[in-house]
Design a protein around this ligand. Structure first.
Ligand SMILES: *Cc1c(COP(=O)(O)O)cnc(C)c1O
Length: 587
């Protein structure tokens, strides 16, 4: 990994499971092995899939730690000072088995005592939690885990036994049962990671607060000094310099090129906020990027879109909590209004990019709905192309590099309290898109950075959502029944007016009405539509719009991943940079 103008090259090591050429294995036996690294995130909706996934996780963790230890031994006679020289980070819950694997090496290979090995393990390891979703905190059934990894399971049993022995007298049985690594017949990987790490962090201020007060509350009570926040970041090298050369050139001409090595220098853009020539040039840059994306959309989908329309972008994994469905219900409403002859003042193109996890049926139904609605709206001459939908298939980073520079609006509309941080929100603000957001994840820090006049926020807060969940007073069916707009919009899912979505439309309708809308889509619907109306009005004042874009770009520098990495280095890994960026207080 080559650093940008800093004289540093780092190693990123990738692993692959291979069969030795001399092996006498059958084809099936070979496949059992090569399957381990055939694809990331194997489908875990079946027992076989879960087994493969656990084998993959252990394979990658073990290879990584063995490689680190081998390398360390080249310059050190023993492992007693290991933690002084090595930091191993458990990045999300997937590699949490690292706790037991490092213990195995220190106990079985280096023949250390348990206390010695445990002390080195905790001092070496740190853990980042990336999600509050309960289903993403991996848990393995004990029979699966113990049969596949018997020695590792034995070590986890001993970790669990010692944890209970120490803390039951101090905190009581109930407390310890809630958080011990073994419980409910499962190995609870997130709890193992927390217990085996000297530092634990969330990835945005709200996320860390919610970790401490809910998902990891008991752990926070036990080890408050281990917790910190490290807000995620993005690399301006990829997302501005490489992906957005028209903007990069304009920045160079306007404020010089210091921003390329110090992204906080983007703040000097603020002095141009009333410079009409600059604001016009900024809009021209965006227009050129939109022409480029329009050509890509025509090539990919055969759809001709107008670069003068608002390009409203929602690009992220397809998940119910991210609420692509809220965007879709807004589109159905808009389409129905246009059909009824309302003049909405602006043309819009809504651009989606999203993949669903292989076993996530509901997410695939939402993709089906977006495509069916796109088919209908894009082919309806009666609305005169006032509204178009582009669902770009096979979303990935290279495609994101083409979409983001062309975005006018950045949709960050997850249910408050669900999105740990988000990072496309940061990429899109750096490209001068106006953020349309709920107060979730890093959206809150983005609002604090750009100021309330340069962002459009709406919807329930995380506290309000939590209160509804506690009081169980949300009734989606009653809400929809008493609301003529929601009734009209939801009917479209089930009355045949969108061709080709018979069962999909019914399933989605049921998720909202019969199963009471877990993600409060209907509760936030009107606030969302009002926010979109504000966007429509703002967009019709091009210089004011450019002023919001300027504020976004100017304040995007604090979200450089360089600052995030510096925070991990200072507060978690104890590694000092050779060239410190800026004092933490300055960002
Ligand atoms: C940045 C990025 C993401 C993360 O997007 P969020 O909206 O923050 O969830 C996902 N996929 C790709 C390809 C990305 O570039």
């Amino acid at each position: 990994m080559i650093g940008y103008r800093n004289g540093v090259v780092n190693t990123l090591r990738l692993w692959q499971a291979e069969v030795p050429t001399t092996s006498m294995m059958t084809g099936t036996q070979r496949e059992e092995i090569t399957d381990i690294t055939r694809g990331l995130y194997p489908d875990d909706s079946t027992e076989e899939g879960r087994r493969l996934r656990l084998r993959q996780e252990y394979f990658l963790v073990s290879a990584g730690i063995q490689s680190i230890v081998r390398n360390y031994r080249r310059t050190h006679v023993d492992l007693f000072d290991f933690a002084k020289h090595v930091a191993i980070h458990i990045n999300d819950t997937h590699p949490a088995v690292a706790v037991a694997e490092l213990m195995r090496i220190l106990l079985d290979d280096a023949h250390m005592s348990w206390q010695q090995a445990w002390s080195i393990t905790v001092q070496t390891l740190s853990y980042t939690n990336h999600t509050l979703l309960q289903e993403a905190l991996e848990k393995w059934s004990i029979p699966l885990f113990a049969s596949l990894l018997p020695r590792i399971y034995q070590i986890i049993q001993e970790i669990d036994r010692r944890f209970r022995e120490k803390y039951v007298p101090l905190r009581g049985e109930a407390f310890v049962n809630r958080i011990a690594p073994l419980g409910d017949g499962q190995v609870r990987m997130a709890y193992l990671a927390v217990l085996g790490s000297h530092a634990i962090n969330g990835v945005a201020k709200l996320h860390t607060t919610l970790l401490e007060s809910s998902v990891l509350r008991d752990w926070y009570q036990l080890f408050p000094e281990r917790f910190s926040n490290q807000t995620n970041g993005i690399t301006p090298r990829r997302w501005i310099q490489t992906a957005d050369q028209p903007l990069s050139d304009l920045l160079d001409q306007t404020i010089g090129d210091a921003w390329r090595t110090n992204p906080l220098a983007l703040r000097s853009l603020h002095q141009y906020q009333d410079d009409d020539a600059f604001l016009t040039a900024l809009n021209q840059t965006k227009h050129a990027n939109k022409q480029h994306l329009a050509a890509m959309i025509q090539h990919s989908l055969g759809l001709v879109v107008d670069p003068n329309a608002i390009f409203d972008v929602q690009i992220k994994r397809l998940h119910a909590y991210k609420r692509q469905l809220l965007n879709v219900l807004g589109l159905i409403d808009r389409y129905q209004r246009l059909k009824a002859g309302e003049d909405l003042g602006v043309k819009r193109v809504h651009i989606f990019g999203a993949k669903a996890a292989p076993g996530y049926y509901y997410a695939k139904e939402i993709i089906k709905l977006i495509n069916a609605l796109a088919d209908q709206i894009n082919h309806d001459p009666s609305i005169n192309q006032q509204l178009q939908i582009a669902f770009l298939p096979n979303y990935g980073v290279s495609m994101a590099e083409q979409i983001i520079p062309a975005a006018d609006v950045s949709e960050q509309i997850s249910l408050a309290g669900m999105e740990a941080s988000g990072t496309s929100n940061m990429k899109l603000m750096a490209a001068g898109a106006v953020t349309l957001a709920t107060l979730d994840g890093a959206n809150i820090e983005i609002r604090d950075a750009v100021g309330p006049d340069a962002i459009v926020t709406f919807g329930l807060t995380a506290d309000e959502v939590a209160a509804h969940q506690r009081q169980q007073d949300y009734d989606a069916r009653a809400l929809a029944a008493s609301d003529p707009v929601l009734t009209r919009v939801l009917s479209a899912l089930v009355d045949g007016s969108i061709p080709g979505i018979e069962s999909v439309g019914r399933d989605i309708y049921d998720s909202l009405i019969r199963y009471n809308d877990d993600y409060f889509v209907l509760a936030d619907f009107h606030a969302y539509q009002a926010a979109q109306k504000r966007i429509d009005l703002l967009y019709q004042e091009p210089l004011n719009w450019a002023r919001m874009a300027l504020a976004s770009i100017a304040e995007s520098g604090r979200f450089s991943a360089d600052f995030t990495v510096q925070g991990y280095g200072n507060q978690i890994w104890s590694v000092a940079p050779t060239h410190p960026l800026v004092k933490d207080d300055d960002v």
